[in-house]
Design a protein around this ligand. Structure first.
Ligand SMILES: [Zn+2]
Length: 461
């Protein structure tokens, strides 16, 4: 059974299959969320009309209770979460999220890629949807905030609109994207980028992407049909933890994300001369590893001294033959450069290449740099940066513009329409670890900025 968006609408099934959208199969919210759901319903009419003149704010207790609830599915005793994409815990977590979406009055469905979608109608039949969401899958021994915060916040935005009976001109879609950590499968399917071979990739849960997609209610054979048309979305907002330490270090409450950095990677091969480590005099050596050391230092220096926020890394190195008594004849390494501007990556690389030629000269080696990977930068929409910034400022939150050094589902969504991203501080910048932490008040602030950004976009047309 599919709805008008080609989404597969789960029929009620016996046995409480997680992959359906039947109301009775959903895991119930904890008492904390349930109490918040009840108390948030406007009771006094006077209070409602007084509030109608000012933009509402979210229920901070409730969004943090939803986050805490999610830890029931794969939460570990060290405060972290292991909720691998397509695992039983992932299914249970998605099922729980679907239940809270229904409490928010959203029409819940699962598309052919397994995206969990909660939709709220708009008043203008011609208006394109505003989408917000994130992911709830984790890396093994991961944290309890990466992706979860943006997912809980998106649901809280829908709950707040529901509580206050606010009609938006645009439809609103809350999406939980599957398998973000294993290749952004859900969001990339929405832009038609999941290639057939990917369905055979075995994910951390042990299921292939294809089998996993079927497990969560999608249809791997028809995953290409999950694709949406570029220009079919009014805008996408994702709230996410920073996963860096800039906001915390500077004491800033909200990051207005300028974009997701582009990435280029090269294989480095340094060739010198392999020789006896005891009998080859120092002046006669053409030591590939010593030359590589020079180059690595140069990479660091170029990235450090060039104006801007680019980063460059040599993250892997191997000496050949790799024996204590042999002067290395060859070194294989990798170079990675990231920046918001692909042209900046190119200019930083050009300088590194120039340095490499100097190292060749000085050390009597040859250095090859072969490009092998590229992920294009995804700048956020300038208008959306203004919307996020104005929302944060009007709420009285300190904010700063910054790039995102990590990839996000928003990167895929940028192909469908304009995107905006909101960062909240991460303690000590730690992520993909049980020590990942963002303070409840910061999560509440971020969720308020998300709500107000949605309202502003809706009002802007
Ligand atoms: Zn994430």
């Amino acid at each position: 059974m599919t709805d008008r968006h080609g989404c597969r609408v789960g029929p009620p099934r016996d046995g409480g299959d997680f992959a359906t959208c039947s109301r009775r199969s959903f895991v119930k919210a904890s008492p904390a969320v349930a109490a918040a759901l009840v108390s948030a319903s406007p009771a006094a009419g006077a209070e409602v009309s007084a509030r109608a003149h000012q933009p509402p704010t979210v229920d901070g207790g409730r969004v943090n209770a939803i986050l805490a609830d999610l830890r029931r599915f794969g939460g570990t005793s060290d405060g972290g979460t292991t909720r691998l994409a397509y695992s039983d815990d992932d299914l249970a977590g998605r099922n729980y999220a679907a239940g809270v979406m229904e409490e928010a009055g959203l029409e819940v469905s699962i598309d052919l890629a397994g995206n969990l979608i909660g939709r709220r109608a708009g008043t203008d039949p011609a208006a394109l949807p505003i989408i917000t969401g994130s992911h709830i899958d984790t890396v093994p021994a991961g944290g309890s905030y990466d992706g979860h915060v943006g997912s809980a916040a998106a649901i809280e935005v829908a709950l707040t609109l529901h509580d206050h009976d606010i009609a938006l001109r645009h439809p609103l879609e809350v999406i939980i994207f599957p398998n973000e950590e294993g290749g952004k499968t859900g969001s990339r399917a929405l832009v038609g980028r999941v290639l057939p071979f990917e369905l055979d990739i075995i994910t951390a849960s042990g299921y292939t992407i294809g089998d996993g997609t079927a497990r969560i209610g999608g249809d791997p054979a028809r995953i290409a049909e999950a694709r949406r048309e570029p220009g079919s979305v009014a805008g996408f907002f994702e709230l996410h933890i920073e996963q860096g330490a800039f906001l915390e270090a500077d004491g800033v409450q909200i990051g207005v994300v300028e974009g997701i950095v582009g990435i280029r990677r090269w294989n480095i091969t340094v060739r010198g001369m392999q020789n006896h480590a005891g009998t080859t005099p120092m002046p006669q050596r053409r030591d590939a590893l010593v030359a590589a050391a020079d180059l690595i230092r140069d990479v660091n220096e170029v990235a450090l001294t060039t104006p801007g926020r680019q980063v460059a890394t040599v993250g892997r190195i191997e000496a050949v033959p790799g024996a204590p008594n042999v002067v290395p004849g060859e070194v294989r390494a990798t170079l990675e450069i990231r920046d918001l501007e692909m042209s900046k990556i190119a200019s930083v690389f050009a300088e590194i290449e120039r340095r490499a030629r100097a190292v060749e000269e000085a050390r009597g080696v040859t250095i090859g740099l072969v490009h092998f990977y590229e992920s294009l930068a995804a700048p956020t929409d300038p208008r959306f940066r203004d919307i996020v910034e104005a929302s944060a400022s009007d709420l009285g939150y300190t904010n700063v513009r910054m790039p995102s050094g990590a990839g996000h589902d928003a990167q895929s969504m940028a192909e469908l329409g304009p995107i905006g991203m909101i960062f909240v501080p991460s303690r000590a910048g730690i992520s993909h670890s049980p020590d990942e932490y963002s303070a409840p008040r910061d999560i509440t602030r971020g969720t308020n900025v998300l709500l107000h950004s949605v309202l502003r976009l809706d009002a802007a047309g």
